[in-house]
Write a new protein. Structure first.
Length: 250
């Protein structure tokens, strides 16, 4: 087993709203805003023997993009990942256009965006309490980004929601069938210091067996208590997969 000691050497981010789709937002009503986020780190990795130990400087995240507003009621968000430690980089991380005439009650976004499922997944990178997201969240929320259409909004400080219909193939693959994935998340704040959230994600995809389809279902429940500098936060995710791709174990 390998153990990693991670040290964040530099962390820079522009101001943003927690649990928003993107890490940064436009700072003016017109024109283009160039935004970026870089997170360099040092790793020391212990191997089975002392001679197998390695150390390295890496980039956990190195992002740059464009955000802005277009008269009237439109905005755009484009973000690229440039970290050489990310497989396939550089690549388009997020890219969507939002129509917000009915905001804050409802906004409509179309493009490639983060799946509106899970508290930890939808916490922006600079809002995380650790360098990386947990493996449970990474595995059970995959694909974390997809292409489609999303409705989102809020009702004062009481509730906020996001619902999306996407391809289900992730950011790297084009859709090759008519199947779609639904993902949604709702958060209620009944009192100032307490938030309770729930998420649901489901979809089907073609199976190796032509008589049935593969089916995926995810549910999440989370709670947060925040009072001054005190934060207590937890999340539970359950998953169920049916179909040909779960046959054979492994």
């Amino acid at each position: 087993m390998k153990y990693k000691i991670l040290l964040i050497l530099f962390l820079f981010a522009m101001t943003s709203m927690i649990y928003g789709q993107g890490c940064m937002e436009a700072s003016s009503d017109e024109g283009v805003n160039v935004v970026g986020y870089i997170q360099s780190q040092y790793e020391y990795i212990y191997g089975e023997k002392s001679d197998d130990n390695t150390s390295r400087f890496t980039f956990n995240r190195a992002r740059m993009g464009l955000v802005g507003n277009i008269p009237y009621d439109f905005s755009y968000y484009i973000m690229f990942e440039f970290s050489p430690n990310k497989e396939g980089a550089p690549y388009l991380l997020d890219g969507f256009i939002t129509y917000s005439r009915l905001a804050p009650y409802m906004s409509l976004s179309m493009g490639q965006f983060k799946s509106p499922f899970s508290l930890e997944l939808n916490t922006p990178c600079q809002g995380l309490h650790s360098v990386k997201r947990s493996e449970v969240v990474n595995i059970l929320t995959s694909p974390d980004r997809d292409r489609g259409i999303m409705f989102s909004g809020k009702y004062g400080d009481l509730a906020r929601y996001s619902f999306a219909f996407t391809n289900g193939t992730g950011r790297d693959n084009l859709e090759d069938n008519q199947n779609k994935v639904f993902a949604g998340r709702v958060v209620f704040t009944p009192i100032e210091y307490v938030s309770i959230g729930a998420g649901y994600k489901t979809g089907t995809s073609p199976s190796t067996d032509p008589t049935v389809e593969d089916e995926m279902t995810r549910m999440s429940f989370d709670a947060e208590v925040k009072y001054g500098d005190l934060l207590v936060q937890g999340e539970y995710i359950t998953a169920e997969d049916k179909g040909s791709y779960v046959i054979g174990g492994g």
